[in-house]
Design a protein around this ligand. Structure first.
Ligand code: ZN
Ligand code: ZN
Length: 359
């Protein structure tokens, strides 16, 4: 935790800031270890103050030995105000993405003449590169996610509803040790698979239909994220063709992931391949995102992303082709950027058809 804070302090010093307010709860957790749902931090050159309410007094002692606790008696801003007045800094940074306009007005009014400077999520950018403990947590989340896919692939059969499958995914992840599901699990069959972020419904899954399943476990706060597209029975020619294109696009992109490459370049490799095969207009989202305390930890492998890949980043690679009225195919895996390239963290088999004879 202290190395993380040190990097932030270097950035604050370079910008001439005396202190930085942290309202984003994931950033609070990243710097302090605090896992509760109500807190803010004030980071100064020598201290970290954690502001929270009495429900968390014990938890702070347990989770955050390095912080100075400031107990709130009403809202979190008022405690920040008292604290800032007491420390009397001249320039205080805050998170432009996490402070509401109303709170900003209140801060400005109460703290004048302290200068308040919005920064563009400097902690979020530090979080792109994972340290060893974070990588271990993502590995565990990925292990549980793979285990879950194996379980689901073995129980899928015609007649189940999308929501039955989604519920089983969530139950299985939790009973296998996940904190919980990292995001709302997606199970979308038939033409509904053309919606990249479909919610599971009562729709009954039939043989020969594309089934997109996108889910991931969260373990100790860290996320995995996998998508498999399968069908029960035998794929027709078009299903097999489109699946092959998505799979090849993914392989080429994974092949290209290494330190020193721009995120946008990796995105372009998959995107151009899909376009060459004639499906360019059906791949409308970014190729992949960072993974960490957030399931979307940075738009790293996105179109035109100028984020330089570095050893220790963890990203998803998830090309897809979605054809309205026909269906969609997406394949998603998680990779760790290593010195020599990258390492796959998810290992579920990438295979379109699940045999049905023995069901
Ligand atoms: Zn996903
Ligand atoms: Zn994803």
């Amino acid at each position: 935790v202290s190395i993380r804070t040190q990097k932030l302090r270097e950035e604050l010093a370079a910008k001439g800031l005396d202190a930085f307010l942290v309202h984003d709860l994931l950033n609070v957790r990243y710097l302090s270890g605090f896992t509760g749902s109500h807190a803010a931090l004030l980071v100064t050159a020598n201290d970290i103050y954690l502001m929270t309410d009495f429900r968390y007094e014990e938890q702070v002692k347990d989770e955050c030995p390095e912080v100075t606790l400031e107990l709130l008696h009403d809202g979190r801003l008022s405690a920040a105000l008292d604290l800032i007045r007491r420390l009397a800094p001249e320039r205080v940074g805050f998170e432009g993405h996490a402070v509401t306009y109303r709170d900003w007005q209140a801060l400005e009014e109460a703290l004048s003449p302290v200068e308040l400077i919005p920064l563009n999520d400097p902690i979020g950018r530090l979080r792109f590169v994972k340290d060893d403990s974070e990588v271990s947590a993502i590995r565990e989340a990925a292990r549980i996610t793979d285990l879950t896919y194996d379980h689901i692939a073995g129980m899928l059969e015609p007649g189940l509803r999308e929501r039955d499958v989604a519920l089983e995914i969530d139950c299985f992840m939790r009973s296998s040790g996940a904190d919980k599901e990292g995001f709302d699990s997606i199970v979308a069959a038939g033409p509904r698979s053309a919606m990249p972020h479909a919610q599971p419904t009562d729709r009954v899954i039939g043989s020969g239909e594309l089934i997109v399943m996108d889910f991931g476990a969260r373990w100790h706060g860290y996320h995995a994220d996998i998508t498999r597209t399968v069908l029960l029975g035998k794929p027709d020619d078009r299903q097999a063709e489109v699946y092959g294109i998505v799979l090849e696009a993914q392989s080429r992109a994974i092949e290209a992931v290494r330190p020193g490459v721009l995120g946008g370049e990796v995105d372009a490799i998959a995107r151009e391949f899909i376009a060459e095969r004639g499906f360019g207009e059906y791949f409308g989202h970014g190729l992949g995102h960072g993974l960490g305390l957030d399931v979307h930890d940075g738009r790293i492998l996105a179109r035109n992303s100028d984020i330089l890949l570095q050893t220790g980043m963890v990203v998803t690679v998830e090309p897809g082709i979605y054809i309205p009225g026909w269906g969609g195919i997406r394949i998603e895996d998680d990779v760790l950027v290593t010195e020599s390239g990258c390492e796959l963290l998810t290992h579920s088999p990438r295979m379109l058809n699940l045999p049905t004879e023995d069901r």
